[in-house]
Design a protein around this ligand. Sequence first.
Ligand code: PLP
Length: 390
Amino acid sequence: MIPYGKQEITQQDIDSVVTVLQSDFLTQGPKVPEFENLLSVHTGATHALAVNSATSALHIACLALGLGEGDWLWTSPITFVASANCGLYCGAQIDFVDIDPDTYNMCPKRLEEKLIKAKAEDKLPKVVVPVHLCGQPCDMEAIGRLAKEYGFKVIEDASHAIGGQYHGKPIGNCEFSDITVFSFHPVKIITTAEGGAVVTNSKVLANKMALLRSHGITRDTAQMEGPSHGAWYYQQVDLGFNYRMTELQGALGVTQIQRLEQFIKARHYLANRYNDLLKALPVILPYQLENTYSGLHLYVIRLKLDEISLTHQQVFNALRENGIGVNLHYIPIHTQPYYQKMGFNVGDFPVAEQYYREAISLPMYHTMTVAQQDEVMQVLTRILAAKVQN
Ligand SMILES: *Cc1c(COP(=O)(O)O)cnc(C)c1O
């Protein structure tokens, strides 16, 4: 099976992890700060904190922004459930903003309409989480302008987008947001096995998130109440968690991020090749927002179902049965049973639901060969040409 995504682990990655295993620090040593420094250099954000997953990153980002009971968090319905669940962890309520039919990202027009209504009802969101789906940056300038006008905070969920650019600047520089979150799960662009990070230009937010990552405990006398009792002393000044990244993961992060540019170039080569090869087929190709460079975590096509004899599900199944490990990103969150119990209904976000009925993520990862890509094309071409047998 050709998978939809796959990590690359080199001898250099293995050696750096083994070196950590033989060192004094398996956690809380020098490798995580080294990785954080590289994240900061790459993104241009002044502060970077690595954690054990993007889910943890989203949680502490929400808490640092003061999200709590009685507040609203808005995100896109087309994302992984973690982008919304982080609000629930904080006791906030969730709502969604329908997607743009071309970019599949949160639509700034729908966002503005919803904000106007929410303002009249006194239900404005405290936090909005735009998600750079497939690595394609959201229209951050528009979202940033609305954030100023309506007074909400912005967390960019850039789990798909490290290495991408918006208006010539790296994703994660937080020009139009308060905090940006990355994921280093193996299917993402670079990996630390499990892992994630937050980046921000705010020292206050960075300090808060550093506390929340490690039990709310500090050894910094400047953050303590009253004097230190001695060299052993620490204080718990907030309720935090153990969301720390290990040194093994940090070491992997260091060697992976050094190859980031090369990974993104390989993804662009394959995506451009798909764009050419797929032109002749009854599918909608990915659209690229002007003045952006995608991290290209995913390559999503939409089936033109009125030009195909098979159903979406039949095409999907036939691809899998023929060794093409396609996937579907994502099931609209508001249609999940857990969210339906909160009162969401099928039909609430029609553009997202239409997307879901047509989308397929084709295999794409930076070590994928041209021969593997040709195999995907051959199988897909054959399946889309098939006539239904009666
Ligand atoms: C993968 C992903 C997450 C969660 O990442 P983990 O590191 O697995 O916790 C969150 N949001 C999006 C959009 C993702 O793709």
